[in-house]
Unconditional design. Sequence first.
Length: 343
Amino acid sequence: MTNQIPILSLTLEELKETLKPMGESTYRAEQIYEWLYRHGVSSFSEMTNLSESLRAKLQDHFFLTPPVCEVFESSDGTRKYRLKLQDEKSVEMVWLPEESRNTLCISSQVGCALACAFCVTGKVGFLRNLNVDEIVQQLRSVIFDDQRPVSNVVFMGMGEPLLNMEAVLKAIRVFIEPKGLAMGKRKITVSTAGIVPKIRPFLERAGVKMAISLTGASNASRDHWMPINQKYNLEDLASELRRIPIKKGRVFFFEVVLMKDENDSEEEARRLAKVLKGIPARVNLIPYNENGEFPHLKRPPMERVQAFQDILMKNKIRTLIRKNRGEDVMAACGQLAAGHLEK
Ligand code: SAH
């Protein structure tokens, strides 16, 4: 059948609505959700507490999105996965084990339209948006097919989540469904390059953590590194963030990629502190992950990254230096191309 629905694209409510005209009770939808997200089945025939005729109906109406096809294991324990899509395109996700948590970094688009001047995904260009089921399957197949625990999900893989907002919102609804994966909203972070008019509506609807990629601390510098700044500049971004009401104790996370002799000076750090004034902020400094696409860009020496951190801390901005992980398998931030740059 050609018009089968990908069952992973449905929230529990939608699954109930879809089953109703087939004469099935809402309770069946809950059972199916448990099979999909508690037991992680890979076929309808495994749903053994459903009648044979219902299983046949499911088989007719729906399909299950194929799981991950390739795993790349880094020497530091990081795992990169490549999910092959039905149109032969691919996306990647990265599993990052830590003592206190296991984070899965997932993708929202195939490639990316924003063309940041340091990011390999930007070099791929925009190929297409991911569908809800393709986003959901990233998480499901790591948990069930590769049997890795996942406590946190970050939309920091390929693509710009706020340019595929409806699909990302729906995937989040699937992740937090109590009858399914039952993730906490505060265990999910969405990272944006700064699609300013979408930040507030997104936050109001999703209630998850928000990270913003900054990298440049002046318009001149940010226009260069992140061309989206030519549309939504730093002042627009900062004043919008100051206006958004957020609960006491909560913060916006900022990602700043530091590149040697490009944007790693102490002066730049002071500029950044000024930009962030009045915004409840936590900064993650990401020492540049080198790659063959931008051979002129280098990682700064650690002392330089620390000096940058010190200045932000002196300005009372909590700042962490992100560990560079998974570089040996091109799984680190900004290194995901999913094979689209090969050959
Ligand atoms: N489009 C969204 C989601 C991607 S997050 C966003 O930009 O926020 C990916 C993060 O990796 C971004 O913060 C980006 O700035 C960072 N990044 C990109 N290329 C990098 C590289 N080569 N080294 C380190 N970080 C990089």
